[in-house]
Ligand binder design. Structure first.
Ligand code: F6P
Length: 544
C-alpha cells in the first residue's frame, strides 16, 4: 500500500504554517524568552549528550514533527526493520544491520532462520583469525609474522574500515601498520605498499559482491606484487583473505574460501563496517574492543527501538534534519568533529547519508515534490575554522552544523584539549547569536566597516558530547547517524537502502574503457563533448 503523499498530509501542512510563522524568529529571541532553553532542549542517552537548543525550533515545531513521524508510521517502520521485513523494497531485501551487533542470546529470524547465530559464528572466526595473526600462529609464506595489513575495498567496503581504524587508533596495536586502498588510480595502491615488505603483509580483499571493478583491479595488482616479491604463486594462500557474500567469485579470484569471512545480502554496503568488513578494525584493536564497539551500536539500537519519540536521539536528529531541509531550506549539513581521531567521520557519513537518501522517487516510484537528502560534508575542528567557517558565519547560505566533541582527550597535551573544546563551544554560540551591527559599532568599529564585521547569527547547530572516544562510544555514535538517516527516509517515503544511482556511470564506463583501450580509435557515437574527451585523452596518453 502506498503512503499518502507527504506534502498533502495535514501534519506536513501544519508544519509548513508553523515554519511560516516562526521560521525567521531569531535564536536570540528564543533564548531570551526561555532562560532554561539550553537545558530543556538537550538529551542524554546511551552516553551521548545532545544539545539541540541552538536549532531553530520551539516546542510546537518538535511536537508537529513527532506527529508527522507518527502519521508516516515511523514506529511501525522501525519495528519492520528490526523484525527483518523486506523494507528495501526495490531490492526485495531485509535490512538487518542491527543483527550484526545483537547479543549472542538474541534471536532474529529471517525466513525462519536465526541470523544472529550466523553473525556470531563469523565473529568467532574473525576473533580466532585475529588471535592467530597477533600470536604469530598465522604467518606469511616464508614463515615471518604479519606486521602490515592492507584492506582493499571501496565505498561501504572501505569508508567504514578506514574511519574506524583512524577513530580507534589509540586502541590499536602499534607494532602493526594498517593501510587502505580503494581508488582504481594506481597511485593509491603504489603508495600504500611502497614501504611494505610483502613477506610480512596481509591483504584483506573486501567486497560484498566481489565484482566491483576498482576492488578487483587493486586485488589483482596486490596479488601480482605479492607473487613477484615472494617468487611463488602459493604465497597467495598466506597473504590474502577475503570478506564477501559471494564465495564463487572469491574462489574464482583464487582465494581459498576457507580464508573467506562472509556476510549477507541483508547488510547494505554502507551499513557493513560492523560485519566481517570490519576485519581490519578487529586486527587493529583486537576482538575485545571490537565487541565493545558492537555493544555501543547495540545500545543505540535498543534506545532507537524502545525510547519514546520525545527522548529518542536518532528520531530527534532525523526530524531536525527534515525541519532544516524542508522547512528552513538548508541544502547541506556540516559535520564538525572536534576530535582528530574522527577525521574520516565526515567522509564516512557522506556515503551513509547521501547514498541512502539521495533519492528522487518515493517507494512506489512517484517523483517527490520536496527536497530529500541534504549534502553532508565536513572537516575536523579547528582546521575547518581556518578554512570554510567564514561561509558558515557570514555567507548567504544556511548550513546547519553538527559539532561533536569529548570531555577527555586521548592525548592530553597541556591545556590543548580545553582550547579545542573552547573553540567548539564558541563556534556554536557565534553561529547562533552572531553580533549585531549595533554591537559592532559600540565596540568602536567605524561605520563603513561595521557591515563587514556583523554576524547575522540564527544559524542552527547541534552539539554532541561524550566523555571519551572509546570503541563503545564510536559504535553508539555511528548507530545514531544510521538510524537518523532511516528516520529521514521514512518521512520522505524513499528507499534508504538501495543505490540505483551509482549504476549508470558504471555501465557507461564499461563502453568507454573499450574505447580507450582499443588499439585504433573506434567509431565514437557519444555526444560531441564525450567524443572529444575520449579523443583528447587518447592523444595525451599516446603522445611521446
Ligand atoms: O558505489 C556503489 C556500491 O555498490 C556501494 O553501495 C558499495 O558500498 C560499494 O559499491 C562497494 O561494493 P562491493 O562491496 O560490492 O565491492
Amino acid at each position: 500500500m502506498s503512503a499518502p503523499r507527504l506534502t498533502r498530509l495535514p501534519q506536513w501542512q501544519a508544519l509548513q504554517r508553523h515554519a511560516d510563522a516562526i521560521g525567521q524568529r531569531h535564536l536570540r529571541e528564543w533564548f531570551a524568552a526561555d532562560p532554561r532553553r539550553g537545558e530543556r532542549f538537550a538529551l542524554e542517552e546511551v552516553g551521548l549528550y545532545l544539545d539541540y537548543s541552538k536549532q531553530r525550533v520551539d516546542d510546537d515545531a518538535l511536537r508537529l514533527l513527532r506527529e508527522l513521524a507518527t502519521a508516516r508510521g515511523l514506529l511501525q517502520r522501525i519495528e519492520a526493520m528490526f523484525r527483518g521485513e523486506r523494507i528495501n523494497t526495490t531490492e526485495q531485501r531485509a535490512v538487518l544491520h542491527v543483527a550484526l551487533r545483537a547479543p549472542a542470546a538474541e534471536k532474529i529470524l529471517l525466513d525462519g532462520h536465526d541470523v544472529v547465530a550466523d553473525v556470531q559464528a563469523v565473529l568467532e572466526r574473525m576473533a580466532a583469525f585475529t588471535e592467530r595473526v597477533h600470536s604469530g600462529a598465522w604467518r606469511g609464506h616464508d614463515g615471518r609474522r604479519i606486521r602490515h595489513v592492507v584492506s582493499i575495498g571501496i565505498g561501504g567496503s572501505d569508508l567504514g574500515p578506514v574511519m574506524a581504524y583512524e577513530a580507534l587508533r589509540a586502541y590499536s596495536r602499534r607494532e602493526m601498520t594498517f593501510h587502505f586502498v580503494s581508488n582504481v588510480d594506481g597511485t593509491d595502491f603504489a603508495e600504500a605498499v611502497r614501504e611494505l615488505d610483502a613477506a610480512e603483509t596481509l591483504f584483506i580483499v573486501c567486497s560484498k559482491t566481489f565484482t566491483t571493478l576498482e576492488t578487483l583491479a587493486n586485488a589483482r595488482a596486490a596479488r601480482a606484487w605479492c607473487v613477484e616479491a615472494l617468487g611463488d604463486e602459493a604465497a597467495v594462500a598466506k597473504h590474502f583473505v577475503a570478506v564477501s557474500t559471494n564465495a564463487d567469485e572469491v574462489a574464482k579470484f583464487g582465494i581459498d574460501t576457507a580464508n573467506m569471512f562472509g556476510f549477507w545480502d541483508w547488510v547494505g554496503g554502507r551499513y557493513s563496517m560492523d560485519s566481517a568488513i570490519g576485519l581490519s578494525t578487529m586486527l587493529a584493536i583486537g576482538a575485545e574492543h571490537f565487541r565493545a564497539m558492537l555493544a555501543g551500536f547495540h545500545a543505540m539500537d535498543e534506545h532507537f527501538r524502545h525510547a519514546p519519540f520525545e527522548r529518542n536521539l536518532p528520531v530527534l536528529m532525523g526530524l531536525l534534519a527534515v525541519w532544516n531541509n524542508n522547512f528552513l531550506g538548508a541544502a547541506s549539513v556540516a559535520v564538525l568533529p572536534y576530535e582528530q581521531y574522527l577525521k574520516r567521520f565526515p567522509a564516512y557519513l557522506q556515503q551513509l547519508t547521501m547514498e541512502s537518501n539521495g533519492k528522487r522517487v518515493t517507494l512506489d516510484g512517484a517523483a517527490v515534490d520536496y527536497a530529500t537528502g541534504p549534502i553532508y560534508w565536513g572537516e575536523p575542528g579547528t582546521n575547518g575554522q581556518h578554512s570554510f567557517y567564514q561561509l558558515l558565519h557570514q555567507g548567504t547560505r544556511l548550513v546547519p552544523c553538527d559539532f561533536i566533541g569529548f570531555g577527555q582527550s586521548l592525548n592530553p597535551l597541556d591545556q590543548q584539549h580545553d582550547l579545542l573544546l573552547a573553540n567548539l563551544i564558541a563556534q556554536g554560540e557565534a553561529l547562533a547569536f552572531g553580533k549585531t551591527v549595533e554591537e559592532v559599532r559600540a565596540a568602536g568599529t567605524d561605520a563603513a566597516l561595521a557591515p563587514h564585521r556583523t554576524f547575522p547569527g540564527n544559524r542552527p547547530s547541534s552539539t554532541i558530547l561524550a566523555q571519551r572516544l572509546t570503541p563503545h562510544v564510536l559504535g553508539s555514535l555511528i548507530a545514531l547517524y544510521e538510524h537518523s538517516v532511516f528516520v529521514q527516509g521514512v518521512i520522505w517515503d524513499i528507499d534508504s537502502f538501495d543505490q540505483w544511482g551509482v549504476e549508470l556511470g558504471k555501465q557507461l564506463a564499461k563502453t568507454t574503457i573499450a574505447e580507450l583501450t582499443a588499439k585504433d580509435e573506434p567509431p565514437l557515437a557519444h555526444d560531441s563533448s564525450t567524443n572529444a574527451l575520449i579523443r583528447r585523452y587518447r592523444q595525451l596518453r599516446d603522445t611521446a
